[in-house]
Design a protein. Structure first.
Lengths: 307, 542
């Protein structure tokens, strides 16, 4: 398994490299640059600024310098928009925030989603099932950009229980709404996947055998049915984990959390090349790592899988 | 003969009357109103500010913070008039090309060091230094400071800049051309002093809360990028005794509707009103919804360059399109925030600017429409040969609404086919700057309160003249206005020519449309540039 992991990590290097190159060129081909502004800078001032950031160099040279600084100094360069901060600063400040409420959303969505799904499957065709399915579909139909306004109107404006946004060091009051807004639709999907997977497993031969030898239902479910049920769920959870970290853009903007999503969108709009590329690389590396972890988790859930 | 101007009135007078610094839970020293215990002012900003370095900052919300943290030679009062800042006053020679500022003795940095003329010399040299490559270097060029242009271009050393410290308290500035409104320009953040020692010690990181040293009424105490920026009372500020607000919090909230909800939930003291919502809010919260004129215009510009549409080369066509725009519908139904209708390029609110009698303004809309039809027919366009073109705007709900309204007016009244196209901001700027458009949206906010900040856009060689309008008489008048003691008639004539030639279609002039908590005192609604200083505000007891 160690050899397999190493192989996968090595194979990730060209993937990330390709990502950087593609992103780098796409970014530079987009019309406008970091210093395009409504008050066009006099040519001489523009030339001075471009020289300062090395934008006067040919593109291949810029790319080379960029990669060189990352590999040798682990330096992702200065922000073109925020003069007093570099990309490392921006990521160091925003990523922990995104990671905190992203992970909480992930845990929330998984715990509630899986429980709902299992309950629905075990009590198939009862009111519990209908309730869970209904809730799952409703949750799935509520993307975070709908949940955000609903939550803020309810809990901030009408009830006055929770602050409408901000971070404040990650105090729980500030976490509740972003976490729920982000988790809801994933929770719905997880519940539905778990339910159908559990139903399928409960109808399989080995479960019939287990029941036939007189095992109590509890043991059948927890010892024998749960692991195979979770296999398709796990393959869905891998991408979800990346989504809750990267897909938090809207939540960041809506709840002003100061997370990385805001910096990401902002950098694309302001053509802050270095920040855009830095965050893209971070998300790329994260995706590769999480995919690897998901694959390794399979082996634990399904003894038939070996690396 | 030297004209000596000394500002010793209101500002200084009030500070001598006041004794004791503790206003909290007290009454306002001038108005006698009861003050709130908690003197914290919290407001929304749209986006993370670019910087709090005075020579680097380039956006409005950044400049607002910088104005609190640093103090320049002169300040503005509630009406936008010049009042003393670090300088107590200035003298100028007859030719108006040498200005000498006298600095106050008690001005201090937040670390206790005195503010000297050398701090201004350092800052101004820094602003033009190609090594810093300030995005606002052009402002020093605009101020006509001797050799600024040459230094920016790399053809002279920064030490050649026409600014020197005669002694610690006397600053002398030499201009390359006489500029009557030079002192007004010293209220701009690019001209604020900078602490040399601190900048040399920390480099680019000098503006972080743990490093920064500033000379304004506030110091930066907290900054969580994309979330909040907090500034608190600077005990070292020379006029700290008169400062009432203790703490100012700027919250970054990208979405204006979320900001409004949070305002209504009591989390903010001030936020912008989204377009179209002002009438409803005014009805529900009459004391809190406010609207006042601002120094910005909103217009559409024709592409008059060689590559532009042939039809637009005919002034009759341009005028017909302008005439057919029912501005009242745009201002009352679409924006609905108390914006003034625009028939001139410079807003009426501009200081010293007399709005000329533009014919169009005095006509009724029916008369305008009639004339528009005639003009367009004269130009050879009609039902058989409809005029068609593309109009571009940058992606935004509000701009879309205005564009749709305009195209419908033209279609219904004149049978004109205007196709709408929106572009993301930077793409839009690039395309408009390269004259890849027929008709494009434009807007401009004045950099200083003088008509030239708008009219210069229509000078033939201006870098901002995206429509490439060229009129020798306009160029001549604008050049003359630069050095004239009374430029108002010249500006009026420029506007007359613009009204005739119609290189642009002015739509409306901006209004500041805010929800402002009624316990915020002294918001400068009459300052059309909206240069506000937290030190002049206060919070009333509820």
């Amino acid at each position: 398994m160690l050899a397999y992991s190493l192989r996968r990590l090595l194979a990730a290097i060209p993937t990330i490299l390709l990502l950087i190159i593609a992103c780098f060129f796409l970014m530079h081909f987009a019309p406008g640059g970091p210093f395009t502004s409504e008050r066009p800078l006099p040519p001489q001032v523009l030339a001075n600024i471009e020289a300062r950031y090395g934008l006067d160099q040919p593109l291949w040279k810029q790319l080379w310098d960029y990669l060189y600084n990352i590999v040798v100094h682990f330096d992702f360069g200065p922000s073109f928009k925020f003069k007093d901060r570099d990309v490392n600063d921006i990521i160091a400040q925003g990523f922990p925030i995104s990671l905190t409420y992203g992970s909480l959303s992930f845990l929330f969505a998984t715990a509630v989603g899986v429980s709902l799904g299992i309950a629905a499957a075990i009590r198939h065709n009862t009111w519990i099932d209908y309730f869970a399915v209904g809730l799952g579909i409703a949750a799935q139909a509520l993307p975070n950009f709908i949940m955000g306004p609903i939550l803020i109107l309810t809990f901030t404006l009408w009830l006055g229980w929770l602050p409408g946004g901000g971070w404040n060091g990650g105090q729980w009051q500030y976490l509740v709404m972003p976490v729920i807004a982000l988790a809801t639709s994933y929770m719905g999907s997880i519940a539905r996947i778990t339910r159908s997977s559990m139903l399928e497993v409960l109808n399989s031969n080995f479960i019939r055998t287990a029941r036939a030898k007189g095992l109590p239902t509890r043991t059948v479910i927890w010892r024998h049915a749960l692991k195979p049920t979770l296999l398709p769920v796990v393959s869905y959870l891998g991408p979800v984990f990346v989504y809750v970290l990267t897909g938090s853009v809207f939540v960041d903007i809506y709840f002003s959390t100061g997370g990385l999503g805001q910096a990401y969108v902002g950098s694309a709009l302001s053509r802050d090349y270095a920040v855009l590329l830095g965050v893209t690389i971070l998300y790329g590396v994260l995706t590769v790592l999480v995919n690897l972890l998901t694959d390794l988790a399979y082996a634990w859930f399904d003894p038939k899988i070996r690396y | 003969m030297n004209t000596y101007i000394r500002y010793t009135l209101a500002g200084l007078l009030s500070s001598t009357i006041i004794t004791g610094a503790a206003f909290a839970a007290g009454t306002h020293p001038e108005t006698g109103e009861a003050l709130a215990d908690d003197q914290t002012f919290t407001y929304r900003i749209l986006d993370e500010h670019s910087s709090v370095d005075p020579q680097v900052v380039e956006d409005v919300s950044g400049a607002e913070i910088v104005r609190d943290l640093f103090e320049g030679l002169m300040n503005q009062d509630e009406d936008g008039n010049l009042v003393p800042g670090v300088a107590t006053g200035y003298t100028t020679n007859d030719a108006k090309n040498v200005y000498t500022f006298t600095l106050r003795d008690d001005a201090k940095w937040s670390n206790g060091d005195p503010v000297t003329a050398g701090d201004f010399v350092f800052a101004w040299k820094r602003a033009v230094d190609p090594e810093l490559s300030s995005p606002y270097a052009w402002f020093m060029e605009l101020m006509s400071i001797e050799n600024a242009a040459e230094i920016i271009a790399g053809n002279a050393s920064v030490d050649d800049l026409g600014v020197k410290a005669i002694d610690d308290k006397t600053l002398e500035v030499t201009l390359s051309a006489p500029l009557p409104y030079f002192p007004q320009m010293t209220t701009h953040s690019t001209t604020f002093p900078a602490p040399q020692k601190v900048i040399e010690e920390f480099g680019d990181a000098w503006t972080k809360p743990e490093n920064i040293v500033s000379n304004g009424a506030y110091v930066l105490t907290e900054h969580l990028p994309q979330e909040r920026s907090v500034r608190e009372r600077n005990e070292m500020y020379w006029d700290n005794e008169s400062t009432i607000i203790d703490k100012v919090v700027a919250l970054v909230i990208n979405d204006e509707n979320v900001a409004l909800t949070r305002y209504l939930a009591g989390e903010l003291d001030r936020t912008e009103v989204p377009a179209g919502q002002y009438p409803r809010l005014k009805e529900e919260h009459p004391d809190e919804a406010i609207s006042f004129p601002r120094l910005c215009n909103y217009y559409y510009t024709f592409n008059l360059s060689d590559g532009g549409p042939e039809a637009f080369k005919d002034p009759n066509v341009r005028q017909a399109l302008s005439l057919a725009v029912d501005r009242a519908i745009i201002t009352e139904k679409v924006m609905a925030g108390g914006q003034p209708e625009a028939y001139t390029f410079a807003p009426e609110a501009t200081a010293g600017f007399t709005v000329p009698d533009v014919e169009m303004a005095s006509m009724s809309q029916a008369e305008r429409d009639e004339l528009a039809k005639e003009l367009l027919a004269e130009a050879g366009f009609g039902p058989d040969n409809p005029l068609s073109f593309e109009m571009v705007y940058n992606t935004s709900e509000n701009h879309k609404k205005v564009a749709v309204a305009l195209s419908q007016m033209w279609k219904q009244k004149l049978g004109v086919q205007a196709e709408l196209a929106n572009m993301e901001w930077k793409v839009f700027l690039e395309e408009r700057g390269n004259q890849n458009f027929d008709l494009a949206r434009g807007a401009w906010c004045g950099d200083y309160n003088e008509a030239s900040t708008f009219l210069d856009l229509l000078q033939s060689d201006s870098g901002y003249n995206d429509g490439k309008f060229a009129n020798p008489r306009v160029d001549e008048l604008l050049a003359e206005a630069k050095t004239s003691d009374d430029p108002a008639p010249l500006y009026t004539e420029v506007e007359r020519i613009i009204a005739q030639e119609t290189p642009v279609i002015p739509i409306y002039h901006y209004a500041g449309v805010y929800m402002m908590d009624s316990d915020v005192g002294n918001w400068p609604v009459n300052n059309v540039e909206q240069n506000w200083y937290s030190k002049n505000l206060y919070k009333l007891a509820e």
